[in-house]
Design a protein around this ligand. Structure first.
Ligand SMILES: CC(C)(COP(=O)(O)OP(=O)(O)OC[C@H]1O[C@@H](n2cnc3c(N)ncnc32)[C@H](O)[C@@H]1OP(=O)(O)O)[C@@H](O)C(=O)NCCC(=O)NCCS
Length: 198
């Protein structure tokens, strides 16, 4: 039986902008405009994810996990840095309609009748976004920050902050222990690579 993840030939056929080693993409994920999507070493996109790249593209670093049912949508750039985690059913929006009522909304309406805004989204290294959360355009989730489950992130999150709720507010500070472990993991990987080379 075939694995749920695309095999190397199928990955190559996607013609991603760039692809690292050991990338896994579920055959049940949907990638629109894959030529604008880059994925780093060991990253993984699970089943039922939708990645829809705008003109500025989607850039995903190494050891990033985009968990099942998550979506990355919009016209502006989305960057997810090394070791970041997007938990189940999260949505990152780099575009948003005008909800004020001043202008019309939705993708079927001509742009001159809409007040939609586009702005980049950045999830910095080691950040983790809890299940069922929404991140709006212009937000930077700082390095090693944590977003609690079912949160609406409207404003940027400072490095190592823990935020949660609707809208998300600061509730704590994240332990830095994972950063030392990441250094050890990188060292072990470098040692393994050099022993394979030798
Ligand atoms: C954010 C989180 C990490 C905080 O955990 P914690 O440090 O143990 O925090 P606590 O449970 O002590 O909660 C601290 C306060 O924040 C509130 N809070 C915690 N998580 C919250 C959330 N997701 N949304 C809203 N408020 C939340 C608590 O109600 C509590 O408020 P209080 O002080 O007024 O009573 C955790 O609650 C969470 O949401 N984890 C995400 C888990 C997940 O999505 N897993 C998916 C599989 S990987």
């Amino acid at each position: 039986m075939k694995s749920d993840f695309l095999d190397p030939e199928e990955l190559a056929a996607l013609q991603l902008r760039s692809i690292g080693r050991n990338v896994r993409i579920s055959r049940r994920a949907v990638l629109f405009r894959p030529g604008r999507i880059s994925l780093g070493d060991h990253s993984r996109i699970d089943a039922f994810c939708i990645l829809s790249a705008g003109p500025a593209g989607i850039s995903i670093g190494r050891n990033v996990h985009v968990s099942a049912y998550s979506a990355i949508l919009g016209q502006d750039r989305v960057t997810i840095a090394d070791f970041a985690t997007i938990s189940v059913r999260c949505t990152l929006f780099s575009s948003n309609d005008d909800y004020s009522g001043l202008t019309m909304a939705n993708a079927t309406i001509p742009a001159d009748f809409r007040g939609a805004i586009d702005a980049p989204v950045v999830v910095e290294t080691h950040a983790i976004i809890g299940a069922g959360s929404f991140v709006l355009p212009g937000v930077v989730v700082g390095e090693s920050a944590c977003v609690g489950a079912a949160s609406l992130v409207k404003a940027s999150v400072a490095p190592f902050d823990v935020v949660a709720g609707v809208p998300a507010r600061r509730i704590g500070h994240r332990h830095p222990g994972h950063r030392a472990l990441a250094e050890r993991l990188l060292q072990r990987e470098a040692a393994d690579l050099s022993s394979t080379d030798g």
